[in-house]
Design a binder for this molecule. Structure first.
Ligand SMILES: [Zn+2]
Length: 121
């Protein structure tokens, strides 16, 4: 069943805002990094900067992955598959979508997948 237009518009707005926030934060991180590089030319300070930078890169990687997920969710809004479970084709509950709009699985399939992962590890 297709989600009504108003709901889709709501999720589209929500995801677009979330993506904008992530992108501007990621950009700020990059700017901070270049600032620090100029203010800490001392080799000792540079060493601690290197470890900080690894930390920042990890955050950015997580941000980047989330941005990709948001883009995919927005693409599903466009092609009309948003809110439909990838595995079973059933509707994903609206409460679940509100909590996690980038999800592609209904709660039943997600639980099943997590069970499989538990057995696998
Ligand atoms: Zn499902």
């Amino acid at each position: 069943m297709a989600m009504n237009k108003d709901r889709l518009e709501y999720f589209k707005q929500y995801l677009t805002n979330q993506r904008d926030t992530l992108v501007s934060e990621a950009m700020k991180t990059v700017e901070d990094m270049s600032d620090e590089e100029e203010t800490f030319p001392d080799p000792t300070d540079r060493a601690s900067l290197e470890s900080d930078r690894n930390f920042l890169l990890r955050i950015r990687d997580r941000e980047r992955k989330l941005i990709v997920k948001i883009n995919e969710a927005l693409a599903r809004i466009e092609d009309g598959t948003f809110g439909i479970c990838e595995m079973c084709g059933e509707d994903i509950s609206e409460e679940r979508l509100k909590a996690r709009p980038v999800t592609t699985l209904c709660i039943d399939c997600k639980t099943e997948e997590e069970e499989k992962e538990k057995i696998g590890s």
